[in-house]
Design a protein around this ligand. Structure first.
Ligand code: APR
Ligand code: ZN
Ligand code: ZN
Length: 361
C-alpha cells in the first residue's frame, strides 16, 4: 500500500517552501523505503528552490539524511528492513567503464529509484539529488542506503551524506593530505570546516583556515585549524607564504566556488602542490590563470565531486572515527529544527549564522 507522509516541497522558482502530503509507493525491484530520522539543510536545497539546478519543479527537498530502512523491493540484497543507514546520492552501478576498471568511486552511471513519489493529486515530484529526505519517509534505490553503526546520532550521521563528506573527502581522498603536510582551506563554512577536520585526521601539521568572517574563523579552529587568516584584512597568499617559510602549502582547498578565491588557492600552493576545488562555481563564471605557472609549478589541479567518496567504504569508517571521538560531527550541527522550519534555515544559512541546521523527524 502506498503511504502518505509530510514533506518539504519547492513548488516554484524563488517561492518559499511549503509542507505537503507526499505519496510514497511501495518499493519496487531494487528500491527501498527509508524512515528518515534527521536531514541537514544544504546549499544545494536552496539552489533547487531558486531554479539553479534545473526546472523540474516541484522538488521534494532534503538530501543529507540518516534513517532506518522500512521495506525493500524484490531482489534487494544491498540492504534490509531495520538497517540504520546514511543515504548517499551516488549508488554505484558496478558495470560502467569506471566501475569495471575498479574505480566505483567515480562510477559514471549512478542511479536512483525508478518509481516516482507524487503529491496527492498525482503531480510527480523531483527528489533533491535523487533523495528527497525532508519527509517522514522517502523512496530511494537500495544502493543509496549505506549501513552504519546504529550507535551514531542521526543528526550527526546524516551530514556525511553530502556536505561534510564533500569536505573531508576533498582533503583526504582528492587532495591526498597526509602526515606532515601543510594545508590551506579557503572558505570555512560547513564544507571548508569538514576539509579542515579531514586534514587534521590525516595528520597535517599546518592547517590554515581562510575566510572573510571572524566568527567562521573561530569555528574553524575548533575543527583543527592551526592558523586562521581573515582575507578581508590582508592578502591571504602573502599571509600563507609567511606561515610556510615563504613556500606555500602542499594542498590548497577552495571551498567557496569563486574565481577570486580559486586564484588565491592556486597562488598559495608550494611547488608540486595540489589545488582542490570543492566549492561549486556558478555556470557563468570563467577564470584566467597564468599558463606558464600551471606548467612551471607542477603538481595537480583537481576537482572533488562528493569528496571522491565511495559511500560503502567511507561512511562506516568515518562513523567509527566519530564514535571513537576522533571526528567531531556533532560540531557541525548548529541547531536542530522541525520540518516546518526549513525556509527560516535557508535565511540563517544565507546570513552565515549556521554551519548546518538539521531537521529532526
Ligand atoms: N573569501 C574568503 N571566504 C569567503 C569569501 C571570499 N571571497 N566569500 C565567502 N566566503 C566564506 C563565507 O564567509 C563562508 O564562511 O566562504 C564560506 C562558505 O561557506 P557556506 O556558505 O557555509 O557554504 P558551504 O556549505 O561550506 O559550501 C561551500 O561548497 O559544496 C559547495 O555548494 C557549496 O559552493 C558551496 C561550497
Ligand atoms: Zn558504474
Ligand atoms: Zn548537499
Amino acid at each position: 500500500m502506498p503511504q502518505t507522509v509530510q514533506g518539504v516541497i519547492a513548488m516554484a522558482q524563488g517561492e518559499p517552501v511549503t509542507i505537503a502530503d507526499v505519496v510514497i509507493p511501495d518499493p519496487g525491484p531494487g528500491e527501498a523505503v527509508v524512515a528518515i530520522q534527521a536531514c541537514g539543510v544544504c546549499h544545494t536545497d536552496l539552489h533547487y528552490r531558486e531554479g539553479g539546478i534545473n526546472d523540474e519543479f516541484p522538488f521534494l527537498l532534503g538530501h543529507e539524511a540518516a534513517g532506518v530502512v522500512e521495506s525493500v523491493g524484490a531482489g534487494v540484497t544491498e540492504t534490509a528492513p531495520g538497517d540504520y543507514v546514511i543515504l548517499n546520492w551516488r549508488a554505484v552501478c558496478g558495470q560502467c567503464r569506471s566501475c569495471s576498471r575498479g574505480r566505483p568511486q567515480i562510477c559514471f552511471d549512478t542511479h536512483n529509484a525508478s518509481q516516482q513519489m507524487t503529491l496527492t493529486d498525482g503531480t510527480v515530484l523531483s527528489p533533491a539529488l535523487g533523495i528527497g529526505a525532508f519527509a517522514e519517509k522517502t523512496l530511494v534505490a537500495a544502493g543509496q542506503c549505506t549501513k552504519i553503526n546504529p550507535s551514531a546520532a542521526p543528526t550527526a550521521a546524516g551530514l556525511l551524506g553530502c556536505g561534510v563528506m564533500a569536505g573531508i573527502g576533498a582533503a583526504i581522498n582528492t587532495g591526498g593530505v597526509s602526515r606532515g603536510d601543510s594545508v590551506a582551506v579557503f572558505g570555512c563554512g560547513g564544507v571548508g570546516d569538514a576539509a579542515i577536520a579531514g586534514a587534521a585526521l590525516a595528520g597535517a601539521s599546518i592547517i590554515i583556515g581562510v575566510d572573510i568572517d571572524d566568527r567562521k574563523l573561530r569555528w574553524a579552529e575548533t575543527f583543527g585549524a592551526t592558523h586562521t587568516i581573515n582575507s578581508a584584512d590582508c592578502d591571504p597568499v602573502e599571509a600563507i607564504k609567511a606561515l610556510t617559510n615563504g613556500n606555500g602549502v602542499d594542498v590548497a582547498i577552495e571551498a567557496i566556488g569563486l574565481p577570486e578565491t580559486y586564484r588565491q588557492a592556486f597562488e598559495s600552493r608550494d611547488l608540486a602542490g595540489t589545488v582542490v576545488l570543492v566549492g561549486v562555481p556558478h555556470p557563468d563564471m570563467t577564470i584566467e590563470l597564468p599558463f606558464i605557472e600551471m606548467f612551471g609549478r607542477g603538481g595537480a589541479l583537481k576537482s572533488s565531486w562528493y569528496g571522491d567518496c565511495l559511500p560503502s567504504r567511507d561512511f562506516p569508517m568515518l562513523i567509527d572515527l566519530y564514535l571513537q571521538g576522533r571526528l567531531d560531527l556533532d560540531g557541525f550541527v548548529s541547531e536542530t529544527i522541525g520540518i516546518g522550519d526549513v525556509e527560516e534555515a535557508f535565511t540563517k544559512m544565507q546570513r552565515g549564522e549556521v554551519l548546518r541546521s538539521v531537521v529532526v523527524l
